[in-house]
Design a protein. Structure first.
Lengths: 538, 166
């Protein structure tokens, strides 16, 4: 093993959305920070957007599913026992390399579901604790949108204006206004005007899901990382952490990792932060077994890996007789409706959902039926149907709140490993009765919307498999060590100098995309750590 | 066999010919659009097989199933070299479609892999994309639409606060 280097003040494992925000915050507080990341920096020249065969890359090196992508830095997942497949990217910037940038916040009620609706648990913190960190995060990453949404608490003016009024947006608005539903231009972590260094305003090219070559989408490698590195944070790339090490007192002492050359090395630190996402974090904790922690690190509750939440999602696609040209503009959503967000037990389920109004992609995506889930037919009708659909559809995503259930979990697969030999995760997950009822109701509303917007044909599937974008709940927060893995500051109940800052922390999932909340939490935890560093580190 | 039987990297000359003939039924020539086989999609899929070994088994199995099914339809005459070599080539268009539908019903996963890779080859083919009018998304991007008009939100604003205090 390579000799240990100097102990850092803080070791962050994982350079994605949460690791980046924490690195920036801690370094700006004067702490010495090292980050270990199994992936590398992505070179903007590698993005496929300028190639004729750009759509092919969705199935190869820029696939969302690591089992399909199979880059050397990816780890495989056993997905045999789940109807929803976890999606992620492993690089500096993490999964924000190919995210859609939707940046809604949780609502105050999302932190209080037990009190309000009698289900799951309340969080050990409130919306109002996080509100200043949401604001700080928005200011750091750059968000386009419009403040004033009556479905959410007030927020400051967005950094750049909302996305423009294209045919897709106008078509959705027609339907929404006819139905009298709530809607609002979505907060997107996509800049529509100059913001930040070396970043250009979105030029509506379309496929954000394969990365943004001009830095318009606020991925962590163009927002926090340049600033963090300028403050002295050291990122060691192609460093795959095998286990977090502990000292005789049961405190975290650092991590052992495989280097780019294939050997092993150790990074020591006074405080260790895990930021490997809702699957990678429990995997690493469960793999970090020692005599003091025989069931995995920080796992005396037995809860590490359990309570896995995705957001069950499905797509409702409407076909229009006039061209919509919705392949123009960021692939994700232009507007959202939170008309059905809060519990109304008359609907047959608890909690709620959001409708996200999305667009379309290129001709291959149309032919493969990426959204409706059914390919364009082969044979004599092929060209006719392809022509009728291409540039003529809009797809709304309905995304429901997932409630925590202990049996939905990340565990360590008995045989599967990554290319370094580190045991890989197995996902065990099922859609609950409540979720199924909510999804069915949501699909019907998605159909109402596209109908009101003028669609001549509406297609959809009961649930979409490749939608595990949001990985949450697998090392949750709480005040009671028997019922949670970390406390209200992200500090492990069992290991006082070990912190978790990614979606694993979530007590409940809300029905909105999680990353603004993940990053706000990372900043919140980092702030507390900066103030209490001396106590925590000694 | 005829000169169209080009050796592939992974597929044999016969398999390339079979695949091209299948692809011309999956995406047939129509108006200005070429058939997928004529557009060179068999060679493209052969390239996919070279890059991604996991595709080899299902694609080869699909070709075998289709050829075996075609054998049952074939009325090949003994002196017709091409038709005895590749039974599918001896069938009429209607028989080819019937053979494909039979395999689609009996082996949906295999058939879908073949279809998916054929669509992928066709809709990433430069000549096809040129006819359809598609260009890569960058570096030009697309023109910026007019700015959002906040007046459109008047009705929503009139409803007042829609979130629960907590
Ligand atoms: C296709 C797609 C679209 C999405 N769209 C949206 C959206 O519109 N809005 C939204 O809010 N969210 C979206 N998300 C989710 C969003 O990307 C994640 O919530 C966010 O990136 C999570 O941040 P994180 O820091 O927890 O993890 P990640 O960003 O996933 O980063 C984790 C990092 O840890 C590294 N790592 C893991 N294990 C190890 C190890 N053992 N050793 C070293 N390094 C390790 C990984 O390589 C990775 O870089 C999307 C995700 C995907 C996949
Ligand atoms: S649509 Fe905009 S944000 Fe998305 S990849 Fe293109 S330029 Fe980047």
């Amino acid at each position: 093993m390579a000799p240990s280097n100097e102990a850092a003040d803080v070791l962050i494992i994982g350079a994605g959305a949460s690791g980046a925000a924490a690195a920036w915050s801690l370094a700006s507080g004067g702490l010495d920070v090292v980050c270990l990341e199994q992936g590398d920096w992505v070179d903007p020249a590698d993005y496929p957007h300028t190639s004729v065969d750009w759509e092919l890359h969705r199935q190869t090196d820029f696939a969302k599913d690591p089992n399909v992508r199979q880059r050397p830095e990816d780890y495989p997942l056993n997905n045999d026992d789940t109807p929803i497949v976890p999606l992620m990217f492993n690089a500096v910037g993490g999964s924000t390399i190919h995210w859609s940038g939707h940046f809604p916040r949780f609502r105050p009620s999302d932190f209080r579901v037990k009190t309000l609706d009698g289900v799951a648990d309340d969080w050990p913190l409130t919306y109002w604790d996080l509100a200043p960190y949401y604001e700080q995060n928005d200011a750091n990453v750059g968000v386009s949108g419009l403040s004033g949404d009556p479905a959410n608490p007030e927020r400051t003016p967005r950094q750049t204006p909302p996305l423009g009024l294209d045919t897709a947006t106008k078509t959705y608005i027609r339907g929404l206004e006819e139905l009298g539903w709530h809607w609002w231009p979505t907060d997107n972590a996509i800049i529509t005007a100059p913001f930040g260094e070396g970043r250009q305003a979105c030029n509506y090219c379309g496929p954000c899901d394969m990365g943004c070559p001009i830095g318009a989408i606020s991925s962590a490698h163009v927002t926090y990382w340049p600033a963090a590195v300028a403050q002295g944070v050291r990122i060691i790339t192609r460093a795959r952490v095998r286990e977090i090490t502990v000292d005789r007192r049961g405190r975290a002492s650092g991590a052992v990792y495989y280097t780019a050359e294939g050997g092993i090395a150790e990074q020591r630190a006074r405080v260790v932060i895990v930021a490997c996402n809702g699957v990678g974090t429990p995997r690493l904790l469960l793999n970090s077994v020692s005599s003091l922690f025989p069931h995995g690190l920080a796992n005396s509750s037995g809860l590490v890996g359990t309570n896995l939440m995705f957001h069950p999602v499905t797509f409702v696609t409407g076909v229009f007789s006039d061209p919509i040209n919705a392949y123009v503009g960021p692939l994700g959503m232009v507007l959202h409706s939170q008309e059905f967000y809060e519990t109304d037990t008359g609907r047959g389920y608890v909690r709620g959902f959001q409708i996200q109004m999305g667009r379309e992609s290129g001709p291959l995506s149309t032919a493969l039926g990426n959204f409706p889930g059914e390919k364009v037919p082969w044979g004599a009708d092929h060209h006719r149907v392809q022509r009728e659909l291409s540039a003529h559809t809009l797809t709304a995503a309905v995304m429901i709140e997932d409630l925590p259930e202990a049996h939905n979990r990340v565990e360590i697969d008995a045989t599967l490993t990554d290319s370094s030999g580190i045991p890989a995760p197995k996902i065990v997950y099922e859609v609950s009765e409540n979720s199924r009822r909510c999804l069915d109701y949501a699909i019907a509303r998605g159909r109402d919307l596209l109908d009101a917007a003028g669609a001549t044909q509406i297609m959809g599937q009961p649930i979409a498999r490749e939608t595990g974008w949001h990985l949450m709940g697998t090392a949750r927060m709480g005040d009671d060590p028997a019922n949670s893995v970390v406390n209200g500051h992200g500090q492990a109940h069992d290991v006082p100098n070990l912190f978790i800052i990614d979606g694993s922390l979530f007590v409940t999932s809300a029905a909105v995309n999680p990353t603004s909340t993940i990053q706000a939490l990372a900043l919140f935890v980092s702030d507390w750590l900066k103030q209490n560093f001396r106590d925590v580190a000694s | 066999m005829s000169e169209q039987h080009i050796d592939g990297e992974i597929l044999t000359a016969r398999q390339v010919a079979l695949l091209a003939a299948i692809q011309n039924r999956l995406i047939p020539a129509q108006d200005e659009m070429p058939g997928a086989g004529d557009a060179g999609c068999a060679q493209t899929v052969d390239g996919f097989l070279k890059e991604r070994t996991a595709l080899r088994r299902p694609i080869l199995a699909a070709l075998n199933e289709i050829e075996a099914t075609a054998g049952a339809y074939a009325q090949a005459s003994a002196d017709d070299e091409a038709s005895t070599h590749v039974a599918f080539l001896a069938l009429s268009d209607a028989e080819r479609d019937a053979a494909l539908r039979a395999v689609e019903a009996a082996h949906p996963d295999l058939f879908n892999t073949l279809l998916r890779q054929t669509y992928t080859a066709y809709y990433t083919n430069p000549a096809v994309l040129r006819i359809l009018g598609w260009r890569p998304p960058q570096p030009e991007g697309y023109p910026t639409p007019p700015p959002f008009d906040e007046k459109l939100l008047d009705n929503v604003k009139r409803r007042g606060k829609l979130w629960r205090d907590a």
